[in-house]
Design a binder for this molecule. Structure first.
Ligand code: HDL
Ligand code: ZN
Length: 423
């Protein structure tokens, strides 16, 4: 029952109320590649980092016969100048990532019409990193940021070992361990360097020591979840290393630590090695692997996102079957307006508000501004359609109910899934 203090929203006010709340509800961004300022140079920000985002690098090469090696020999500023000319001056910035850069300039109050890159650089050079972090989080409405944290990263590891990783309460850790699953020989060398008694052979000792590694780092980071990205050829169960690592190590440790296991499935790494990070591709994956995991481990919570558009509807239907499956985000090549619209609409139609519609995947701090503005607008528009349809059937909602639904999708579904509901 709606209480007296909660008046229903009229049809005339419904759309603008939903869209206002969608644009302003604070967000927990549950998967990013951002870092708290305590991580120093790992935190990327500013005009030249924004322009050399790997999405823009790959788009730029479509307009150029430039040797890849020559581009990589340029300074970051020279690379940014090259990308700016190709994607913004010689051709209109119509792609999601290019338009996003313009959205950032606008929302930072810069004179977009000047098209003067040095003016933009100069304006940001007057800010400190702390000021920029605070400004961007305020503009984007992102209140909590989950990082991607890799103990094998030699720059990041010392920050954690010096117990500096958790200084800023707005930033949370996710323990990312792709190599354990996808490059075990390399992982063995790294683990041995860190003092863990592991061998390539899958011995009892190796399992115990790998579990110890994960437990120690989950505790050190206070990691909210364990995360891996998986190639599209991931099958489960299988008589292979990945299934052994998942069954003998990762699921048991997540169970002991009571944290979700996040699998991001569908990448095909380095299809064009000359592009570096920009050279990865998506590929169709096997949703039955997720089904098998959710069924085999009903007490284990799984955060799942998949990279191929072709997998999205089936994954959403699967989420109807398993309450320990929380699907999240429009990942990477799906973080474009047409796919966010398509995926959000059928996710709401199949799951209501019991899913996490978006994460940003940001690598450069100011990207929060466009990735969330563009997504909020679409999420708001989809929800407004659905509330209007309800209204025409006689079910009117209050502003508090709309706010609750948005807070569920943009915050509480994540924290509740972790067993850490935030009020
Ligand atoms: O593996 C991942 O987490 C992906 O998000 C990659 O980092 C990818 O390069 C990316 O930045 N996507 O947005
Ligand atoms: Zn990512």
């Amino acid at each position: 029952m709606t209480t007296q203090s909660q008046s229903v929203v009229s049809l005339a006010d419904l759309r603008q109320t939903v869209e206002r709340l969608a644009m302003t509800t604070p967000v927990t961004d549950m998967h990013t590649h951002l870092y708290a300022p305590e991580f120093g140079d790992l935190l990327l920000w500013g005009i030249d980092e924004l322009l050399t985002y790997h999405y823009l690098i790959s788009e730029s090469f479509r307009w150029s016969e430039e040797e890849y090696s020559h581009f990589w020999s340029l300074t970051k500023r020279e690379q940014a100048d090259w990308i700016w000319k190709l994607l913004f001056i010689d051709h209109s910035p119509l792609s999601e990532a290019a338009t996003g850069f313009i959205t950032i300039l606008k929302r930072l109050g810069l004179d977009v019409s000047s098209r003067n890159l040095d003016d933009y650089r100069e304006a940001l050079s007057r800010r400190t990193v702390q000021e920029q972090v605070d400004t961007v989080m305020q503009i984007s409405g992102v209140s909590k940021i989950v990082m991607t944290n890799d103990p094998f990263d030699s720059v990041e590891r010392p920050v954690w070992l010096a117990d500096q990783g958790k200084s800023d309460p707005r930033f949370y850790a996710a323990l990312r361990v792709d190599a354990l699953l996808n490059d075990w020989p390399h992982a063995v060398k790294e683990l041995q360097k860190l003092g863990y008694d592991v061998q390539t052979e899958w011995s009892q000792r190796t399992k115990e020591e790998t579990r110890r590694f994960l437990s120690e780092w989950i505790i050190r980071m206070d990691a909210l979840y364990l995360a891996v990205s998986m190639p599209g050829d991931f099958v489960y169960p299988a008589d292979d290393h990945r299934s052994k690592m998942i069954d003998d190590v990762m699921v048991p440790v997540c169970g002991e630590r009571n944290i979700p296991f996040a699998l991001m499935i569908g990448v095909r790494r380095r299809v064009n090695p000359s592009l570096g990070l920009a050279g990865d591709m998506s590929m169709r994956s096997d949703v039955t692997a997720v089904e098998a995991l959710c069924r085999r481990y009903p007490e284990q919570k799984f955060l799942i996102t998949m990279l191929a558009r072709e997998n999205q509807h089936e994954l959403t239907v699967l989420a109807r079957k398993f309450r320990n499956l929380m699907i999240f985000g429009c990942w990477w090549f799906l973080h474009i307006e047409s796919m966010v619209e398509e995926m959000t609409r059928f996710r709401v139609e199949l799951l209501g508000t019991s899913m996490i519609p978006q994460h940003s995947d940001c690598r450069v701090f100011e990207q929060l501004i466009y990735k969330w503005e563009h997504s909020r607008r679409i999420i708001g528009s989809v929800l407004a359609d659905k509330y209007e349809k309800l209204h025409h059937s006689g079910w009117s909602v209050t502003e508090e109910e709309i706010q609750r639904d948005l807070d569920d999708m943009l915050n509480q579904n994540f924290w509740r899934f972790l067993g850490k509901e935030h009020k």
